[in-house]
Design a protein around this ligand. Structure first.
Ligand code: 5CA
Length: 445
């Protein structure tokens, strides 16, 4: 993409109404525009990152054998009456009437809709196990929408639902989700720690929240610092292997890590003092196992191997897709702007032309741009007639992890400069080597 032809409405000044750094930077980098409280338009660059995050979520879900689909945003109140949540949900639910005076709602989550669907189509244990998921907009009429996309009213969520014959299989689904989430967040450059949590209005006994440590997080968390040494990495795991999933799950959940809702001081005090940490975190996902409650209320029954009709064991599993943009920026920025992890960056690298209009510089930039694009990479070429300082400031603000700087002086010696946004370190090299370096960085990302 050439910046002169893109739509990147950056702001020079810090917006007064944005209290936390990720919100400020998303506004300044021209990624989002508020349309009303807690509701945002996703401008092209914000939308690009949103899609990248969503794609990682899809890839990791499907790697675990979960099946994508799409349910509507608007739901009928009837199913929610059956589950008992129509009244219980309270003012956070946006209730709407259609022209026939039928009661509708903008879905805050989808347990009812999917359980009803499965009740309609699944009648035998032979169709199990089954995990369906979608990535869809939700609406929760939060009392205090704030921090930009972190606590929106309209937000994008991955929500998945497992349907199993018995508790053992459903707990395998729970463990499987925990494991796939570890890899999902790591691919986004995040360390998200699974912590024992409270199940809230979703219900159920088993639940973990995934928290990214950040001073601006809304949750207070308590954990054993050994947890932060763990990483899932690129281990291969067979998601059908119950024991393998269970062992990873235990590795990541056996140490003390809890949100304030489940915190127990006496237990925490058993952690050696030098490893006890009290911090703040951003909740980027939550998984639940809640047994047969919804399937009983909504009639999701199957015949088991003995021919008896039994209710399905269920769980649900959410990832805050739009919130993740804020969480990633909170975890990865400096005074000059965002620092995107390679896995989610909107463009793979920037090309800065120090002297637009200089024949040699223009030709070298065009050639770099074409070669990178031909390799399947996605560079952002700053081809504006602007001062070099302004171009650098824009690149730093929008946070592309790599920058190639091209100027007449370097070109006389046959070199361009490659700079890491994270370390600020620059290296001079030929354009060919610069292309090879960028291509190598993104191999396998
Ligand atoms: N049905 C279950 C799991 S599918 C569910 O709704 N879980 S949840 O309530 O925990 O939401 C899942 C994730 O959505 C949360 O972990 C959080 O990351 C994100 N989320 C929740 N509320 C908001 C909000 N107001 N703005 C942005 N993201 C949110």
């Amino acid at each position: 993409m050439r910046l002169s032809r893109y739509f990147l409405p950056t702001l020079k000044e810090n917006p007064a109404d944005a209290q936390i750094v990720s919100h400020r930077l998303m506004l300044r980098a021209g990624m989002i525009k508020q349309s009303s409280a807690g509701i945002y338009s996703w401008l092209p660059m914000g939308f690009k990152v949103l899609r990248k995050i969503e794609n990682i979520v899809h890839e990791e879900q499907q790697r675990a054998g979960h099946i994508p689909m799409l349910m509507p945003t608007l739901q009928s109140a009837d199913l929610w009456r059956k589950s008992g949540r129509y009244d219980a949900y309270g003012p956070e639910m946006l209730r709407i009437k259609d022209r026939h005076d039928r009661e509708m709602l903008y879905g805050p989550t989808n347990e009812e809709l999917i359980t009803d669907m499965v009740a309609n189509f699944v009648g035998s244990y032979k169709s199990l196990p089954l995990t369906l998921y979608h990535v869809q907009w939700k609406f929760r009429d939060e009392v205090r929408p704030r921090f930009g996309v972190m606590r929106g009213r309209e937000f994008l969520m991955k929500d998945g639902y497992n349907f199993d014959l018995n508790k053992e299989d459903a707990l395998h689904a729970y463990n499987r989700h925990l494991v796939t989430y570890l890899r999902t967040y790591e691919r986004m450059g995040l360390q998200a720690i699974p912590m024992r949590a409270d199940s809230g209005p979703i219900g159920g006994d088993y639940t973990h929240e995934f928290l990214v440590l950040a001073d601006t997080g809304e949750s207070e968390v308590f954990y054993d610092s050994e947890i932060t040494d763990l990483s899932f990495g690129d281990r291969a795991i067979d998601f059908n292997d119950k024991a393998a999933c269970q062992s990873v799950m235990e590795e990541f959940t056996s140490r003390y890590a809890r949100t304030d809702e489940t915190h127990e001081e006496a237990l925490f005090n058993k952690v050696p003092e030098e490893r006890r940490r009290v911090a703040r975190g951003i909740e980027v996902g939550q998984i639940f196992y809640f047994g047969t409650e919804y399937s009983e209320k909504l009639g999701a029954m199957v015949q088991n191997e003995d021919g008896q009709r039994v209710p399905l064991h269920m769980g649900s599993h959410g990832i805050g897709v739009s919130r993740l943009l804020g969480a990633i920026i909170e975890a990865s920025h400096d005074d000059n702007g965002i620092i995107w992890p390679e896995g989610v960056t909107p463009f793979h690298c920037g090309i800065v032309n120090l002297k637009q209009g200089d024949d040699a510089a223009d030709a070298a930039c065009d050639a770099l741009y074409d070669s990178l694009t031909a390799l399947g990479l996605d560079p952002l070429y700053d081809d504006r007639k602007e001062r070099a300082g302004g171009k650098f400031a824009t690149m730093d603000l929008i946070g592309l992890p790599w920058r190639i700087t091209v100027g007449p002086r370097g070109l006389k010696n046959g070199v361009v400069e490659v700079t890491s946004r994270r370390t600020g370190e620059s290296e001079e090299m030929t354009p060919e080597l610069a292309i090879a370096k960028i291509a190598a960085i993104y191999e396998g990302v």
